[in-house]
Design a protein around this ligand. Structure first.
Ligand SMILES: [Zn+2]
Ligand SMILES: [Zn+2]
Length: 344
């Protein structure tokens, strides 16, 4: 088969590799679509602590089951599925508590295992056994189904943020993740949803979400949020950007007893921020993080995509064949559209 093989940092080539053969309990997918995630771009430039080269990356995958290994009874060749890439072990303290995203032995497709920037992808037995393979509803296309992965992370994040009916939800960063947050908050019944960015062109694209937009290149965010909330500020603030500045600002924008979610991680060489701890003390608000999603969130994401409350087609702005993987990564990095999909 053909695969985009990351042989080293910034050394990516489309080459022929042997077809994966399913072992007992494993599946092999014919990949139909694999979306480019921000982390794929990061991994291309900087590598990753869990990646040993050479590796096929790509973890927002959908496809058709082409082969079932011995012992598979729940799936059949020809079924349309997505794969939740984060694979919990199912046995550690956190898995048994029902918090699979915090699994001590978490493994991931596209990191520990080969991913979806290839014509075929093997799904490890532990992923099949732990519920990571989910059927795609008939009215959701393969490209649309790749959104299940980022949407699952957004679902996990808003659960941690405890978004409630009527809340003002403020999202810093209007990329694909910010837009998914805005649409999910509206679907959940948030009162006002406010989406901000420093790039006006991103806000223009994001207008389909129906959120109130604040252009940080022209407007002062504190003043605007104060106006929009009668001085109370936002019950839920979600930082959907990789930015120290945005995280520091977030604690000034949150209402009393609200929550701030550091949804986007910071670069590992610059993870520290300065925040006014007294704001937390007096405001009694909560700061949470979000790391990935559980297999169940992936199933919820597919249900939401099928319902039309997340307008999947609005996100799919670029498509490239596998041979143009470099252009696909560049398109994602340039932030001109929302999601870039590779169709192997
Ligand atoms: Zn992703
Ligand atoms: Zn575990």
């Amino acid at each position: 088969m053909k695969a985009a093989l990351l042989r080293n940092i910034e050394d990516l080539a489309v080459v022929s590799v042997p077809d994966p053969e399913p072992e007992p309990g494993e599946l092999v997918l014919q990949v139909k679509a694999c979306a480019v995630c921000g982390t794929d771009v990061k991994v291309f430039h900087h590598g990753h602590k869990h990646i040993v080269f050479p590796r096929i990356t790509g973890h927002e995958v959908s496809g058709v089951i082409s082969h079932c290994g011995p012992g598979i009874t729940d799936f059949h060749p020809g079924e349309r599925v997505t794969v939740a890439p984060a694979i919990p072990c199912g046995r550690c303290h956190y898995c048994r508590r029902g918090w699979p995203t915090m699994c001590d032995n978490l493994k991931a497709i596209g990191y520990h295992y080969d991913g979806g920037f290839a014509q075929l992808m093997k799904v490890p037995a532990i992923a099949v056994a732990n519920g990571c393979v989910n059927r795609i509803p008939d009215n959701v296309s393969f490209a649309q189904a790749t959104l299940a992965e980022p949407l699952a992370c957004v679902i996990n994040g808003q659960r941690l943020s405890q978004v409630e009916l009527g809340d003002t939800v403020l999202i810093l960063g209007a990329g694909p993740i910010g837009c998914l947050h805005a649409e999910l908050a509206r679907a959940t019944g948030a009162g006002q949803v406010i989406l901000t960015d420093i790039l006006p062109e991103r806000l223009q694209i994001a207008s389909f979400t129906g959120a109130i937009t604040v252009d940080l290149s022209r407007e002062d965010i504190l003043t605007r949020v104060r106006e929009l909330t009668d001085g109370r500020m936002a019950e839920r603030v979600i930082v959907a950007a990789t930015s120290q500045q945005a995280q520091e600002k977030a604690v000034e924008l949150v209402a009393k007893r609200g929550s701030v979610n550091f949804f986007g991680g910071l670069p590992k060489e610059k993870p520290f921020i300065n925040l006014n701890s007294n704001l937390v003390h007096y405001g009694e608000f909560t700061i949470v993080g979000t790391h990935g999603s559980a297999p169940r969130d992936n199933r919820l994401a597919l249900t939401l995509l099928a319902s039309g409350r997340i307008r999947a087609s609005a996100y799919l702005t670029h498509t490239f064949p596998l041979e143009e993987i470099h252009q696909a990564l560049q398109a994602a990095e340039s932030r001109q559209g929302l999601k870039v999909v590779v169709t192997p």
